[in-house]
Design a protein around this ligand. Structure first.
Ligand SMILES: Nc1ncnc2c1ncn2[C@@H]1O[C@H](COP(=O)(O)OP(=O)(O)OP(=O)(O)O)[C@@H](O)[C@H]1O
Ligand SMILES: C[C@@](O)(CCO)CC(=O)[O-]
Ligand SMILES: [Mg+2]
Length: 413
């Protein structure tokens, strides 16, 4: 998707612009990781504990400042969009309904819309307008966002997108420093700057999700493993290297819709759904204790059995609160045939599931499970967790395939 608009006049310029892009200053490349939630999705929106870890799959954003009086954003993962101009909003770390309504009107996006492109555009327009509000002039820039993450599949693609946008726009606007990565290197921002990135990314998530807990943008910003509770972010230092099989059912769903559905159920049946959310909270806490026991070397066999049981219980809870899906049931059944335990991850309703592998799960069991899942039409891969948080890259530090892709996409603009 490519969006372009004039930054000066308040009028629609529209669609693809090409050759008149002239870079005056520098190009920045930032990236942020996706995540998996081990336990606590949905419950965390209602103040319960969640445990989440970053993935090695990342979203990349390239931003070039220019002097052609235009803003152009290219989002190849999600196709094409027709354009609306940008708008200055107030530079405040809160999103008022009035501001959002004005932006929606401006971009022609109806209220309650969950369309992928509309939400991505709304998020960009908001962050661009609000972060640039302190500048004398709205900056002219060209942005390209490309992700290794499947969009809208439970792996935090919206948060990685928001974190990248916040980091790039704050850096371009000099609200945070522009650390210089060494040749072939990657750098991160200082802690207070990460906090600012995270706060802005949370505003972006609000536009995409409606009512996010903040856990996904926290993982996108800090990376690693963390415990999230009522807005408090606590790094998890005592977790073993977990082997996780990640499966994408490829059933599309919207986090915004699913989160709203759980809220409705909770409002309708507080004394029925409330205790389930409390139980999910207890599962997260028990999981944290069990992970620490594994690190301490306490009866690993038994600890893994506990982790497996917690996964099964939570998957049932998630079904009860209405975020399961028949594709996820089939995933759980297929892995259970190989004595493996699975649950949905992220918002559910389709999207991705995680399957816990033991340190000694044999390659033949993993291969047989993957084959069964592939035969059902799912994508499935054993993943590495613990990717670093939002980072700034020198072009030469990027993996060759990522670098080539960004170059190719830039050339196509
Ligand atoms: N690479 C991308 N380019 C543009 N927009 C993106 C990109 N990745 C995500 N988005 C935006 O995020 C939305 C998907 O967010 P959603 O929260 O529904 O799914 P998710 O973040 O992948 O899953 P979860 O929130 O369960 O972890 C898309 O509709 C789109 O608006
Ligand atoms: C479903 C949810 O709990 C996790 C989505 O990855 C929503 C949120 O925490 O914002
Ligand atoms: Mg999301």
């Amino acid at each position: 998707m490519t969006l372009a608009f004039d930054v000066a006049p308040d009028r629609i310029v529209d669609k693809l612009t090409n050759s008149d892009f002239t870079m005056t200053d520098k190009t920045l490349i930032v990236s942020a990781p996706g995540k998996v939630i081990l336990h606590g999705e949905h419950a965390v929106v209602h103040g319960k504990v969640a445990l989440a870890v970053s993935l090695n799959l990342r979203t990349y954003l390239q931003i070039g400042l220019c002097s052609n009086g235009r803003v152009q954003i290219n989002l190849p993962n999600i196709d094409t969009w027709i354009i609306t101009p940008g708008k200055r909003t107030t530079n405040q770390l809160t999103t008022s309904q009035e501001q959002v309504d004005k932006l929606r009107q401006f971009a022609g996006i109806p209220d309650g819309c969950v369309d992928t492109r509309s939400l991505a555009i709304l998020c960009f327009l908001y962050l661009y307008g609000a972060i640039s509000a302190s500048s004398r002039q709205l900056p002219s820039m060209e942005i390209l966002v490309w992700s290794e993450l499947p969009t809208g599949a439970g792996l935090g693609s919206s948060a990685a997108y928001s974190v990248c946008l916040a980091a790039a726009l704050l850096t371009a606007n000099e609200s945070i420093a522009c650390p210089v990565p060494e040749e072939n290197g990657t750098v991160r921002w200082a802690e207070d700057e990460l906090e600012l990135i995270n706060k802005w990314a949370f505003q972006g998530e609000k536009l995409i999700h409606g009512n996010p807990s903040g856990v996904d943008n926290a993982v996108g910003t800090w990376g690693g493993a963390l415990k999230y509770h009522a807005g408090k972010i606590m790094p998890l230092n005592r977790i073993p290297t977990l082997r996780i099989l990640l499966t994408n059912t490829k059933v599309p769903r919207s986090t915004k819709t699913l989160v709203a559905g759980v809220k409705d159920k909770l409002n309708k049946f507080p004394s029925i759904i409330g205790p389930i959310l409390n139980s999910i909270d207890a599962i997260s806490c028990e999981c944290e204790r069990t992970l620490a026991a594994i690190v301490a070397g306490d009866s690993t066999e038994e600890s893994y059995a506990v982790l497996e049981e917690l996964i099964d219980i939570n998957q049932h809870h998630l079904n009860v609160i209405g975020v399961g899906h028949s594709s996820l049931d089939r995933l759980c059944q297929a892995t259970a045939l190989h004595s493996l335990h699975s649950k949905l991850t992220g918002a559910g309703g389709g999207g991705c599931g995680i399957t816990l592998l033991r340190p000694d799960t044999s390659p033949s069991v993993v291969e047989a499970s993957k084959r069964a899942l592939n035969d059902m039409g799912y994508d499935c891969w054993e993943t590495n967790i613990g990717g670093h948080g939002v980072s700034l890259h020198s072009p030469s530090s990027l993996q060759r395939d990522v670098s080539q892709l960004l170059t190719r996409l830039t050339d196509c603009q």
